[in-house]
Design a protein around this ligand. Structure first.
Ligand SMILES: Cc1cc2nc3c(=O)[nH]c(=O)nc-3n(C[C@H](O)[C@H](O)[C@H](O)COP(=O)(O)O)c2cc1C
Length: 325
């Protein structure tokens, strides 16, 4: 039986765990079989330890980061956890999975309350602190008490849940909590993926900036070209002498150390190569089908030389880009 060796509170009658009135097929059969204890199959490059191989593979599942909190004997205890999920909206239920060696696991029992604070993207130090990895000098976290439950101040969202049921889950315990309080703020979450913290890689739109006096002569001087979704238009490091004006579709500019930029119709790219002859400073990739006008540096030069107004507008447009960079 799966619960053999579990603490007494996890020795639940199996048929009592079934959902009594679920939809067809849900909760009708008790969990009366256990999977055969076969070794897990995984590629040899993941090493000899199946637990490490499993953890590395599970690490591909990107999650947010929470701090689970509770207060016991007038003391606040918190621990970082990414094994948090919504379980039900009606009734409102959430689920956390806690290592049985963690202090938190011994503090939580059915009927107790726990807090869940979903960390924002700037709270990596907070996460490290509650994972027992705090550096010296990290400021003390502040807590707000709601329903006698501590919540980490400054987090993106907060829940207070009362432990409804606990479940044995091998070296972890599951705590199903009935949500009594939920609140959220605006902001970006801290993410965890592949064993490291991540942030949302938001693609920032750039508003088309080619001035009206410059666009028609450039279009007249260039050649139309089209690109399929995902096609590389410009390659980082290559010498290129064309400036591209986007007529239709969108292009992603990818520059190491910078967030991706999404340029749309009316915008341009490749101006550094076309004006200076220097290697490309970013990759440009078609985001969907794209049509452009490619203007060679010679054609660009003659447009600018033939019209001081156009040259002035080009300078203004470049200045605007420098300001936004
Ligand atoms: C990003 C991250 C996510 C974690 N998620 C969990 C988790 O879901 N469950 C768990 O038991 N431990 C998790 N841990 C590890 C605990 O935070 C760590 O073992 C902590 O020191 C336990 O604290 P305690 O023993 O004082 O309760 C996580 C650690 C990190 C850095």
């Amino acid at each position: 039986m799966a619960t053999e060796g579990a603490p007494p509170e996890f020795k639940l009658a199996l048929d009592s765990t079934a959902v009594p009135h679920g939809p067809d097929g849900i909760g009708e059969s008790p969990f009366d079989f256990t999977a055969a204890p076969e070794a897990m199959e995984y590629p040899s490059e993941l090493g000899d330890d199946p637990a490490i191989a499993l953890r590395r593979t599970l690490g591909m599942f990107a999650t947010g980061v929470t701090v689970i909190t509770t207060s016991a004997h007038d003391e606040v205890h918190g621990m970082t956890a990414n094994a948090f999920m919504s379980a039900s909206l009606n009734p409102p239920l959430v689920l956390i999975s806690i290592d049985r060696r963690a202090k938190m696991c011994n503090l939580l029992h059915e009927g107790d309350r726990y807090g869940v604070s979903i960390l924002g993207e700037h709270q990596t130090e907070m996460s490290d602190r509650f994972a027992g990895r705090a550096d010296e000098g990290v400021p003390q976290p502040a807590f707000e008490m709601v329903r006698e439950t501590p919540l980490v101040e400054g987090a993106l969202a907060h829940f207070v849940a009362r432990v409804d049921r606990t479940y044995y889950a091998g070296d972890h315990s599951l705590f199903l909590g009935h949500v009594e309080y939920a609140r959220h703020n605006e902001g970006a979450p801290l993410l965890y993926h592949g064993g490291q913290y991540e942030r949302l890689g938001k693609v920032e739109p750039v508003v088309p900036e080619l001035p009206a006096g410059l666009l028609p002569p450039l279009l007249a001087a260039g050649e139309e070209c089209s690109f399929a979704d995902g096609e590389q238009i410009v390659k980082l490091g290559e010498i290129g002498d064309q400036l591209f004006v986007i007529l239709d579709g969108a292009v992603i500019l990818r520059r190491p150390g910078h967030p991706d930029k999404r340029l749309e119709a009316g915008s341009y790219f490749g101006e550094v190569g076309a004006l200076s002859g220097q290697p490309r400073v970013s990759d440009a990739i078609a985001d969907g089908a794209v049509s452009c006008v490619a203007v060679h540096s010679d054609a660009l030069k003659s447009v600018l030389a033939g019209s001081p107004e156009a040259a002035w507008e080009m300078l203004g447009s470049l200045a605007q880009r420098v300001r936004e960079a």
